[in-house]
Design a protein around this ligand. Sequence first.
Ligand code: SAH
Ligand code: SF4
Ligand code: F3S
Length: 467
Amino acid sequence: MKRHHSDPRLPRKLYIKTYGCQMNVYDSGRMADLLAPLGYEATDAPDGADLVILNTCHIREKAAEKVYSELGRLRPLKEEAAERGDQMLIAVAGCVAQAESQEMRRRAPVVDLIVGPQTYHRLPELVARAHRSTGAVLDTDFPAESKFDHLPETQAVEGPSAFLSVQEGCDKFCTFCVVPYTRGAEFSRPGEAVLTEARRLVGAGVREITLLGQNVNAYHGEGPDGRDWTLARLIRKLAEIDGLDRIRYTTSHPRDMDDDLIAAHGEVDALMPYLHLPVQSGSDTILKAMNRRHTADDYRRLIDRIRHARPDIAMSGDFIVGFPGESDADFADTLRLVTDVTYASAFSFKYSARPGTPASTAGQQVDDAVKSDRLAALQQILDAQQVAFNHATVGCQAPALFERIGRRPEQMVGRTPWLQAVYVEAPLQLLGQIAPVTLVEANAKSLTGILADTAGDTMQQPAEQVA
Ligand code: SAH
Ligand code: SF4
Ligand code: F3S
């Protein structure tokens, strides 16, 4: 951006730090888009920034506490700026802002602006108000109109893989979870708006889009014909976009995996063979107490149907150990489910009591030491499954999407269809492109590959994996 003569402070520096889920990553990008016309340019350190935004996560206690430590680190920077006669505005956005706005006002006077996930389209106005105000400016409404109607078109495209939010909020009210309170009621963007944004992204060089939503497979956006589109319908439409080679979606709820979506996994070439489908627990008692509204066997049957449609699909999941009332037998049920399903990757967490959620005050809270033991036991199995999955793909030839330059000379980092990171020696021209790679070596979290001599996108399925 060119310096603006009437305002010697332009360009202004904007530092955004993002915590939490991919949805926050998407939102942070949109915040940068919103502020760009005001002269804000992104910078990668808070020192000397005119505006710092912490885009926060409230899902577990640790995630929320990180924000206060970061604010502690920012305070001296803000004071140094003030001594120089500059103003460093500090904004807190995202789910902690939504959940703890009043507490934050008291606890962290360094904060100038508190904005929730559904109102950040008002940032330009809020920033202007914060410049004039002495106390913190606050906006944590759940406005009736959607922020998506007010956001500018996506500007900053970084690399060939992009996130696109299609659904937000949640009405499921799992008893451990803050999302229905921080993100509000479930809402789907209209199909046409999603297609338009996707076409723009592809026009800017994007080859892969990950559709985002807290419950993305519950998507039911209005179609151009006035009737609701399902996620499967949306994916089939997106797959028609020329140049959009890869489609993914996350996060899904087992109860919303409908027949058409399962079928799409077998029918839509662009839909990648990877599915994040959190189950949280393998115990029916705990699933019930969590209000997940399905049993462990429902989940097993669902996985069977998905694998029937797409045999090589890489399954991923989330697990919580030490939910209130979880007994040794309940935990053993979780281990059994994990062994039955076999995951290619997974995330697991100790239960964290979140203020205001039903589980935080109900049932018998589990000792932290017990939680730690269970987490270690679970992660040992999940890690071994990930290694086994990666090993099973060695020898396969698969198309890799080259996302970034590696650390070693001429090394590039790509993604396989199964979302594995693969390190390959490849020419720079392949950055942002898809090329066939032979997978030659598996490590715990990644693979090494070599560019295949044969042209074309042949993909051999990792036969061993699917038991
Ligand atoms: N919508 C997704 C999950 C979003 S939150 C779903 O329905 O599965 C991401 C993950 O954080 C959850 O899957 C869960 O495993 C974990 N999580 C959520 N609340 C938690 C809590 N209170 N304690 C520990 N882990 C939690
Ligand atoms: Fe939270 Fe997911 Fe449950 Fe919604 S479905 S309440 S986002 S865990
Ligand atoms: Fe965290 Fe909010 Fe996402 S609580 S996980 S940032 S929806």
